[in-house]
Design a protein around this ligand. Structure first.
Ligand code: NAP
Ligand code: MG
Length: 495
C-alpha cells in the first residue's frame, strides 16, 4: 500500500462507490422517514455523499430483524467452528479490500492514509480473525458438585446487542465490538458515528458475503440523539456496548435504567499520564510520547496527553518534545507522506482551539497552537505543547481529543503517582524508567486499565483494553471481551 502515490489514492477515491443507506435484514434500504444527512470530508470540506438518517423506527426494524435472526438459530445455534469459518472469510474479504476501507475512513474523518491503510484496515481483519480463531478453543465448565449431580456451566449468547461507536477509528471501534459479539453467536445493531458511517456500511455488506445470515448484523447510520438513544432505550435490546465520551456513556446508563435494565458496557474518555523518570532513555521516551499524543491528530482515547517529568530532566525533555512536535506538519491525508491529517470536523476543531486558547491564558505555549488551512479546509491543527501547567488548569483536567500535550514536573515517585491519579479518568498510563522495581511499584499504584512501561499505548488483540473510574468498565479485545457478550448459564442434572 505504501507504494501508492497521492495521485493513485486520489484516483481510487474518485472511483469509490459509497454505500449510504441503512443495512437491515441483509439489504440496503432508505430510512423510513426518507431523511438523509451529509457526510463531509473534513480535509476538503467537500460533501462525500448523503447518508440515510436512521431514526427510532429504523432502529425498531433493525432490532426486530436481529431478534428474528437470533431466534431462528441460523447464527446463534451454529457451532463455534462454523462461526469461526465465517469470521475468517470476513477477515479475508477485509484484507482484499484494504485500500477501499482505508479510503473510506480517511475521507470520512481525515486520518492519514498511511495509518488507515497500514493500521486501521489490516487491524480490523486481524481482530475478526483473532476472535474467530479463539471462539472454538474455549471450553465451558462442570462445577465440582460431586455426588450424583452434574452441573454444567456454559456461556450462552445474550441475544440482541446494540453497539454505538465513535469516529476516531471508525472501522476498528466497530470491529472491537462486532468480532466478539458475532463470534459468541449474538445478533447486532450497530450505530456508527454521524461523522463516519461509511466503512461500517461496507463492512456489513462484506459480512453477508462472508456468510453471515441476514439480520445478524444490521447497521443504522444516524444521529446520536435519535438513532443512538432509540437503541439505548429499546426494550428488546439485551446489551448495549458503547465507545465514546464519558458524558454520553452516562446517558446510556440512564437509558438502560429507564427502560429494560439492559447490560451496558462503556469505553469512554481518558486523560492519560506519561511519567518520565531521570533514569529513562529520554530519546526513546520523546519519540514514543510524540507518537502517543500526535498519532491520529490526538483523537485517541488513550492518548498520553499529560507528560509528568522529573524536575531534573524537565528542560531536556521539553526541548526533545518541541523538536519532535515541530517535525510533524499537518498535510493532505491522501498523501502517503502525511503523518498528521485533518481534525474530524470544523466544530471539533473549534473545540480544540478553545482548549488551546485556554492553555495560552493559563500556561506557556512551547510550540504549535495554530489552526491552518489546506485545500479549502481549516480543520488542521499544529502539534501543540504547553508547560508551566498547574494541575487545576482546564487543559490538564479535561479531555482535549486533539494534538495537545501538557508538561508538568514532579520531584518524588509518590508525587508523580499522585499527580497521575489526580483525574476522573483511568484508561491508560505510561512509565519510563530503567529501574524494574520502580516500574512495577509505580504501575501498581496507577489507576489505569493498561500501564505501558518504556512504551506508550501498548495494545494487542491478546490483551484486554478498557478503563477504570470514568473511563468506563468492561474490556474490549482478548478472550475477556467474550464476557460482555455472554451470560453464564447453569444446567443442573441429578442422575
Ligand atoms: P460521543 O459524542 O460520545 O459519540 C459517540 C457515539 O455516541 C456516536 O455514535 C454518537 O452519535 C453517539 N451519541 C451522541 N450523543 C448521543 C445521545 N444523546 N444518545 C445516544 N447516542 C449518542 O463521542 P465522539 O465525540 O464521537 O468520540 C470521542 C470520544 O470517544 C472521546 O471522549 C474519546 O475518549 C472516546 N473514545 C473512547 C475510547 C475508549 O475505548 N475508551 C475509544 C475511542 C474514543 P453522533 O455521531 O450522532 O454524535
Ligand atoms: Mg459526536
Amino acid at each position: 500500500m505504501t507504494d501508492l502515490s497521492v495521485q493513485d489514492w486520489k484516483s481510487k477515491a474518485a472511483a469509490l462507490k459509497f454505500r449510504n443507506q441503512c443495512f437491515i435484514d441483509g439489504a440496503f434500504c432508505d430510512a423510513l422517514s426518507g431523511q438523509k444527512f451529509e457526510t463531509v470530508n473534513p480535509a476538503t470540506s467537500e460533501v462525500l455523499t448523503d447518508v440515510a438518517r436512521g431514526g427510532g423506527e429504523d432502529i425498531d426494524r433493525a432490532v426486530a430483524s436481529a431478534r428474528r435472526a437470533f431466534a431462528s438459530g441460523a447464527w446463534s445455534a451454529r457451532t463455534p467452528e462454523q462461526r469461526k469459518q465465517v469470521l475468517l472469510r470476513l477477515a479475508g474479504l477485509i484484507r482484499e479490500n484494504i485500500p477501499e476501507f482505508a479510503l473510506l475512513d480517511t475521507l470520512d474523518m481525515g486520518k492519514p492514509i498511511k495509518d488507515s491503510s497500514t493500521i486501521d484496515a489490516p487491524g480490523a481483519a486481524h481482530f475478526f480473525q483473532w476472535h474467530g480463531e479463539a471462539i472454538d478453543k474455549l471450553y465451558d465448565e462442570i462445577a465440582p458438585t460431586g455426588g450424583r449431580d452434574l452441573a454444567l456451566v456454559r456461556r450462552v449468547p445474550l441475544g440482541v446487542i446494540g453497539a454505538v461507536v465513535p469516529w476516531n477509528f471508525p472501522l476498528d471501534m466497530a470491529t472491537w465490538k462486532l468480532a466478539p459479539a458475532l463470534a459468541t453467536g449474538n445478533s447486532v445493531v450497530l450505530k456508527p458515528a454521524e461523522q463516519s458511517p461509511l466503512s461500517a456500511l461496507f463492512l456489513a455488506e462484506l459480512a453477508c458475503e462472508a456468510g453471515l445470515p441476514d439480520g445478524v448484523l444490521n447497521v443504522v447510520p444516524g444521529y446520536g440523539e435519535d438513532a443512538g438513544q432509540a437503541l439505548g432505550r429499546h426494550a428488546d435490546v439485551d446489551c448495549l456496548v458503547f465507545t465514546g465520551s464519558t458524558s454520553v456513556g452516562k446517558l446510556f446508563q440512564r437509558y438502560a435504567g429507564e427502560s429494560n435494565m439492559k447490560q451496558v458496557w462503556l469505553e469512554t474518555g481518558g486523560k492519560s499520564p506519561n511519567i518520565i523518570f531521570p533514569d529513562a532513555d529520554l530519546d526513546a521516551a520523546a519519540d514514543m510520547a510524540a507518537f502517543g499524543i500526535f498519532f491520529n491528530q490526538g483523537e485517541v482515547c488513550s492518548a498520553n496527553s499529560r507528560m509528568l517529568v522529573h524536575e531534573t530532566i524537565k528542560d531536556q525533555m521539553t526541548e526533545r518534545m518541541k523538536s519532535r512536535a515541530e517535525a510533524i506538519v499537518p498535510g493532505d491525508p491522501l498523501d502517503p507522506a502525511s503523518t498528521l491529517g485533518a481534525m474530524v470536523d470544523r466544530s471539533h476543531t473549534d473545540k480544540v482551539m478553545r482548549f488551546i486558547e485556554s492553555g495560552k491564558q493559563s500556561s506557556r505555549l512551547v510550540t504549535g497552537g495554530e489552526r491552518i488551512t489546506l485545500n479549502g479546509s481549516d480543520a488542521f491543527v499544529t502539534p501543540t505543547i504547553f508547560d508551566n501547567v498547574q494541575s487545576d488548569h482546564q487543559i490538564v483536567r479535561e479531555e482535549v481529543f486533539g494534538p495537545v500535550l501538557t508538561i508538568q514536573t514532579f520531584t518524588t515517585d509518590d508525587q508523580a503517582v499522585a499527580m497521575a491519579n489526580d483525574t476522573v479518568y483511568g484508561l491508560a498510563a505510561s512509565v519510563w524508567t530503567s529501574d524494574l522495581s520502580r516500574a512495577l511499584g509505580v504501575s501498581d499504584a496507577l489507576n489505569a486499565g493498561t500501564v505501558s512501561v518504556n512504551t506508550v499505548d501498548a495494545l494487542s488483540a491478546m490483551t484486554p483494553f478498557g478503563g477504570m473510574k470514568q473511563s468506563g468498565f468492561g474490556r474490549d479485545l482478548s478472550i475477556h471481551s467474550f464476557d460482555k457478550y455472554t451470560a453464564l448459564k447453569t444446567t443442573w442434572i441429578k442422575y
